[in-house]
Design a protein around this ligand. Structure first.
Ligand SMILES: [Zn+2]
Length: 58
């Protein structure tokens, strides 16, 4: 299992967390967490996604 790499736009909630698109209707999609180091807590980012991309996730 590999850790997904997100773009700055995805982490800042301006691009779909699934497909990376910035157009269209984006809805809150929970949070993603990026590691900040072995001894520090992961950083949580509130992210957005297209409804269709969310539905395809499962
Ligand atoms: Zn999308």
């Amino acid at each position: 299992m590999t850790t997904p790499v997100y773009t700055r736009s995805q982490l800042q909630g301006t691009a779909c967390i699934q497909c990376g698109g910035e157009d269209g209707w984006l809805v809150p999609a929970g949070h993603v967490y990026t590691p900040t180091g072995a001894r520090t807590a992961p950083l949580g980012w509130p992210v957005v996604a297209h409804p269709g991309c969310l539905a395809a996730e499962s």
